[in-house]
Design a protein around this ligand. Structure first.
Ligand code: IVH
Length: 679
């Protein structure tokens, strides 16, 4: 299977249209880094243009991309290259490789004697790295081959390209910068966290990373592999008669070369051996930590390279054997909305099956609703699918020029497809907001349970919670209390964080009943009602024993809600049992009997910034403290107010309290008043 157009260009009109298509694709590629034509289609198109131009030399357009580096659209920049940075000619199969070998032998007037060096064709961005007296002084992109853009801002962020060489050598090292699969995932996590659009694939991401390095507020790490070296500033340090020897010298200087990869560099005496190795590389390709789009074969001997010479844009002594593309086009025939274990509602594309990188792709992730909206994708659009190794296939973009009349808008769900509950659309990823329903809002429920007003396990951020759920360690709130250090370390990717979390979880076990009850996320109850319920019943056993009628007697609890609350508490029985088993506190500290507390009869307003004396308690905790001490907490100063606690920068409330003659105390004074309740 191939995506390359097979029809030959017959008329001059066909030719002109094809040149325009190729130029538009190049401009898009070098513009925002997103292709409108996949690689294989582009290569095939340029091949057809070349064939047409050979047959009709008079029709050749000056702006034709044939024979031009980057199709003539590559950003050139203004740094002159020491020696032109050339491209490679391509072959697509064993036959093409043999033909290249035969033409090379003809140019040499003899069979190749120095052997063939075989290397991976790395799918990234070519750069020249200039080292002067052992220091990395400048990075330059390929540009149009004679001039390139200065990319020095990326120095220091490229693995394999040290800022200092092992020797104080002056030399220009050439090679490919790329994002490994792991770096690609990390880059997209970083980009999303900073509100930037994720890269559509590692190759486009590499160009975007290097070009944006100067203006970006964060650093994206890339990787470099050298495949060549040339003299710089007239200093001639390169020793050896073969490509292999020079690359060994480059590696000895401390720069990473293709030789350090699993698929290169190797030297073979015959093209048959080269071909056999290509087959092995094809088999290895999905498991490589980075993308390759082919294998490069070079005459190993410099003498033979010199004899073979160059065409305008590529050497005769090297060839790229391209591998099947990892990008293909197909049709988007549906969008499914799946609810994951964590309650995340993720869109998935249903595709007309297409073979990519050795397997048939029928589904691809669409990430999140924003991705669909931003890409302008519609149902029945032709889309570009990218898959490499074991990365989940992804859709890069719709091919808008190919949109047919059957394109219709993609429909977004308005309730959770699994439980019918509400959707929390506040984040980029949508979540089932119904933490109580059918378990599909598990992540939402856990996030709520560990919140400041509930169990206050603030080290358990959403990423770690997600990992715990994904790892199968947590299926409900109670499971948080039996997590082992190993499980926490695996989820948080740090032993140190695991220890902090263990301490926080241990502290959470001692929280008063109202917090523990609140953490259950019982329907129609929040922080205030949880406190009322806990205070009213005193123990979890009594809460569980209460029927709707008994619950309706709780202050502030609307009677109409009581049956639902009772039913939910009953449904939570297994989780509550597990909490008891884990040793979580199930009692509410005895609230001061009326007339007994330090704040009994007081209506207290707290205003301004609070500091150390109240242990940095948040507003809700201070409110709880006041109530535990027998007082009533209020948000505004009125005639009923009896005490104002004025913190830093207290403003209008303080003024009003003074006006009304209300007693005013500082945070320290207040802390002393309630000292017995401040534990
Ligand atoms: S040698 C004069 N070796 O492929 C020869 N190029 O399509 C210059 N590439 O511009 C290139 N891996 O960006 C060479 N092992 C390798 C390569 C490689 C990837 C890229 C390079 C080049 C492009 C040509």
């Amino acid at each position: 299977m191939t995506t390359a157009p097979t029809a030959l260009l017959i008329s001059r009109d066909d030719y002109n249209t094809a040149v325009d298509t190729a130029l538009a694709a190049c401009a898009a590629y070098y513009g925002d880094g997103d292709t409108t034509l996949d690689d294989a289609s582009y290569d095939a198109l340029v091949h057809q243009l070349a064939a047409y131009e050979q047959e009709h030399p008079g029709h050749s357009r000056a702006d034709s991309p044939v024979g031009k580096v980057g199709g003539g659209a590559a950003p050139t920049g203004d740094v002159a290259h020491t020696v032109p940075m050339l491209s490679l000619d391509n072959v697509f199969d064993a036959d093409g490789l043999m033909k290249w070998g035969a033409s090379l032998a003809r140019r040499l007037d003899a069979p190749v004697r120095g052997g063939y060096a075989e290397e991976p064709k790395l799918d990234g961005m070519a750069i020249a790295a200039r080292y002067r007296q052992g220091r990395l002084t400048q990075l330059i992109g390929r540009g149009d081959g004679s001039h390139g853009e200065d990319l020095s801002a990326a120095i220091g962020s490229i693995v394999g390209l040290p800022e200092r060489l092992a020797l104080e050598t002056t030399v220009e090292i050439r090679g490919e910068v790329l994002l490994t699969r792991a770096q690609f995932e990390a880059a997209n996590e970083l980009r999303t966290a900073h509100g930037d659009k994720p890269f559509s694939n590692p190759r486009n991401g590499t160009a975007g990373t290097l070009r944006g390095a100067k203006s970006r507020g964060y650093t994206i790490e890339t990787t470099f592999f050298a495949y060549g070296a040339v003299s710089l500033d007239g200093v001639d340090v390169l020793r050896g008669d073969t490509h292999e020897a020079v690359m060994a010298q480059v590696a000895a200087l401390g720069v990473q070369t293709t030789a350090s990869t699993e698929v290169g560099l190797r030297v073979y005496a015959t093209l048959e051996e080269v071909q056999a190795r290509i087959e092995e590389i094809i088999a290895l390709r999905p498991s490589l930590p980075f993308g390759i789009d082919g294998v490069v074969i070079k005459a190993n001997s410099f003498e033979e390279q010199r004899k073979a010479g160059f065409a305008t844009r590529h050497p005769h002594w090297a060839i790229a054997r391209k591998l099947p593309p990892v990008e293909r086009r197909t049709k988007l025939i549906g969008v499914e909305w799946n609810v994951g274990r964590t309650g995340i509602i993720a869109p998935r594309a249903v595709l007309e099956p297409v073979e990519v990188d050795g397997s048939v792709v029928q589904y691809a992730t669409l990430h999140n609703p924003k991705f669909i909206v931003d890409s302008g994708m519609m149902l029945n659009d032709v889309v570009t699918v990218w898959k490499a190794g074991d990365i989940i296939p992804r859709i890069e973009a719709p091919v808008v020029e190919m949109r047919g009349e059957d394109a219709t808008p993609i429909v977004f769900p308005d309730c959770c497809p699994k439980c019918g509950g509400d959707i929390d659309k506040s984040g980029e990823r949508w979540e089932c907001a119904d933490g109580a329903g059918g378990g599909c809002g598990l992540l939402a429920a856990l996030k709520y349970a560990v919140g400041r007003d509930q169990l206050d396990i603030d080290g358990l951020g959403v990423t770690f919670l997600e990992a715990l759920v994904e790892n199968g360690d947590v299926a409900d709130v109670a499971d948080l209390f039996t997590l082992s250090r190993e499980q926490l370390a695996a989820a948080s990717r740090s032993d140190k964080r695991a220890d902090t979390l263990l301490t926080q979880i241990a502290a959470a076990k001692e929280k008063p009943l109202n917090r523990v009850f609140c953490a259950l996320g019982v329907v129609r109850t929040g922080r205030t009602l949880s406190r009322e319920i806990a205070r009213h019943f005193g123990t979890m056993d009594k809460i569980r024993a209460a029927d709707a009628e008994a619950l309706a007697a709780v202050p502030k609890l609307p009677g109409a809600n009581a049956p639902k609350i009772a039913a939910h508490i009953a449904a939570m029985a297994p989780v509550i049992d597990k909490l008891v088993e884990a040793g979580v506190n199930m009692r509410e500290p005895v609230v001061e009997a009326a007339g007994n507390g330090p704040l009994t009869g007081q209506v207290v307003v707290v205003t301004g910034g609070m500091n150390a004396a109240l242990h940095g308690l948040n507003r809700n905790a201070v409110k709880e403290l006041i109530e535990n001490a027998g007082g009533t907490s209020s948000g505004s100063v009125s005639k009923k107010t009896t005490l104002l606690v004025a913190g830093e920068n207290a403003g209008s409330k303080l003024a009003k309290a003074r006006e009304l003659g209300v007693k005013v105390v500082t945070e320290d004074e207040f802390a002393e008043m309630v000292a017995t309740h401040l534990s």
